[in-house]
Design a protein around this ligand. Sequence first.
Ligand SMILES: C[S@@+](CC[C@H](N)C(=O)[O-])C[C@H]1O[C@@H](n2cnc3c(N)ncnc32)[C@H](O)[C@@H]1O
Length: 273
Amino acid sequence: MTVKHALAWAKEALKEACERPQYEAELLLAYHLKQDRIYLITHDGELLQNVEEYKTLIQRRAKYEPYEYIVGSASFYDIHLEVEAGVLIPRPETEILIDVVAELIWKENITSIAEIGVGSGAISVVLARKFPRLHIIATDICEIPLKVAAKNIATFGLQNQIVLRASNLIDNVPETLQLVVSNPPYIAADFLLESNVADYEPKEALFGGSVGDELLKQIILDVKQRGIRFLACEMGYDQKEPLQDFVNKIGVKYLTFYKDLAGLDRGFVIEFD
Ligand SMILES: C[S@@+](CC[C@H](N)C(=O)[O-])C[C@H]1O[C@@H](n2cnc3c(N)ncnc32)[C@H](O)[C@@H]1O
């Protein structure tokens, strides 16, 4: 089978699972051949070695497995992070949380923070690269994220800046902190997700409780109770009102919400008294 024929076959096989079957067929063939996509155009008559291996990749994607799990890597902010099943694939909207927090770190000269729910390490790694004097304690309750984050932290040589800790929220983080950042699970338990997410991504990273915002509320309470000054979190597009009511009842110095690129409410920053 030639490159051209393999791509035609793959495009057909991916037609249901992918919005852009041709593009993903090319990405996976380039990955399989360890070449870039231009190579496929300039070598479209070349006979493909290990056709079965390529077909296996396509069949996985045709069953809705996320592209990032198949190739073991996700593009995020200005880097690529290693990912695998059991760890959330970092999402573009989380890049906004990073920009919001970066501004705060810069303005308030913050040097000591914690991240709750480190996942692949996306938030902590990008922040540590932006601020070489920043120290981060990054927690997770699951083993795989802690293992994958450790690899990504090592890849970027950030072991001196980021300490990983198995912890429920910040229970095992007694250190003095100026800010907590988190993209916690915030989806309601009965929310219907697309199969590429529901069937492949870890439940612990997605669902925040029966309503969805339970963990976010617990984080707000914990950070306030610990006397930490700032908290910045990502949240669901429909959670602004309940969280605003909750925070108003508690009483804080300052609360602001931010939107994502689609104009949806996507997160908040709190300054505590
Ligand atoms: C939505 S993912 C975010 C991962 C990563 N920070 C990102 O933005 O791509 C949430 C992460 O929180 C972790 N998690 C869930 N409940 C937790 C808890 N009670 N304490 C600490 N981490 C928790 C999950 O295992 C998962 O890795």
